[in-house]
Design a protein around this ligand. Sequence first.
Ligand code: V1S
Ligand code: CA
Ligand code: ZN
Length: 388
Amino acid sequence: FEFNISNSKKRVSYHRNNDTINYHYGPFHPMKPFRLRLTDHLVTGYGLHNIMDLYEVDIESNQNINLIENKILKFHSLEYINFLKNLNDNSDQENKKYLIKNDIDDNDCPIFHGLYRYCLNYTSTTLSAINAIKQQKSDIAINWSGGLHHAKKFKPSGFCYLNDIVIGIMDLLKTHSRVLYIDIDIHHGDGVQEAFYMTDRVFTISFHKYGGYFFPMTGSLEETGVAKGKNYCLNVPLMDGIKDFEYTQLFKSIIGPLVESFNPECIVLQCGTDSLGYDRLGTFNLTVKGHGECVKFVRSLGVPLVLLGGGGYTPINVSRAWCYETGIANDVILKEKLPDNLPFKKYYSPDYSLYPHLGDSILNDLNSKSFLNDTRIRLLEQIRTLQG
Ligand code: V1S
Ligand code: CA
Ligand code: ZN
C-alpha cells in the first residue's frame, strides 16, 4: 500500500479476538461470524497489521471478567445476564419460559453453543477499543466484531444479544461529556437510540431503510428524543436502492453541521455493511467505496473515533468493506487487486478486486430527489434547534 500524503497521521488500534469467528448461529442463519476471519485475512494480506497497534482480546486469560460483567450490568438487567450465563445449566423448559415471557424471537436470536462466551468476546473487544480512546492511546480504535445495535436491556433482538455499543458508550461517558453515535447499517439502530433517548450527552443518528415490515420497523423522522434528550436523536429513513452519490451527499450534509453544533468529544461509528449492494438482507446499492466514503468523512472531522462492525450478510463484501475502511482509518490507499496468497481467495472470483463495481442487476432507486431534499431540510431544521 502507499500512504496518502494529504491528511494528518493518526494512531490507529485494531481490536480483535480469535474466538468470535468460531461461533455459529446455525446453518440457515444469515449472520456468519466467519466473515470476521475473511476480514482479518484481507487486513493482514494488505499488511495493515504492521502499521496499527494490535490488541488481541482473550477473555479466557482475562483476570478482570468481573469488571467486564459490572460494565455489562450498567445496561442489561441482572435477570437477563443470569439467563444468558446459565443457558447450559438450566433446563430447556426454564429457558423456554424466559423466551416466552420476554417475547424473544429465537429464530432471529438462536441459543447456540457457547453463546455467553461469544457475547463476552465481542463486548470485551468493544470495551478494549473504548479503553484505547479513553486512555488516549489511539485516535481511532476498531472492533469489527462489535456493533450489535438491536440488543435491549432485558432481551436479545435482531441477531444481537449484548448491546456492546451501549455498554461501551456508557463506559466512555465516565471520561467524555458528549458522544456522537452514527449508524450506517441498513437497519435502524433502535437499541442504542432507546438507551440514550432521554439524555443530551449522547446524540444518536441512524441511516436506514424504513417502511413496510422492514426490521425493526422503527426509526421514523418523528422519533427525536424526549425530556433532556429532546432533539438529541435523529433518524434518516430511506427507501430501497439508494446509491453512493445520493447517500454520501446526504450523509455529509447532515453529519457536517451536526458535529459543528453538538461538538462531540468522541464519535462511535457503527459500520454495518448490509447497506452494500447485493447484501443477502439489505436493499440499498452502496459500493465499498461509497460506504467507505462515509468513514473517510467522519475521520476528517478530527474527533477521536471508534469504528464498530454490525450487519453484513454477503461475507466477501463485508470483508472487502471492513478491510478498505481499516485502510481509510490508517490513511493508506490499498491496491485494487487483492493480495497474492490470500486464504479463501477463490471466494472473491471473478474480479479479485477490493472494490468491484455493481453489476446491472441492482434494485431501482426509489428515493426521489425531492424526497431526499425534503428529508435533508427537516433534519437540518432539527440540528439548528441545538444551538442556544
Ligand atoms: N430481514 C431479515 C431477517 N432474516 C432473518 C432470518 C433469516 C433466516 C434465519 F434462519 C434466521 C433469521 N431475520 C430477519 C430479521 C432480523 C434482521 C436483523 C438485522 C441485524 C443487524 O444487521 O441490524 C445487526 C446485526 N427479522 C425479522 O424480519 C423479524 C421476523 C420479523 C421475521 C422472522 N421471524 C421468524 C419472525 C419475525
Ligand atoms: Ca442504521
Ligand atoms: Zn443490519
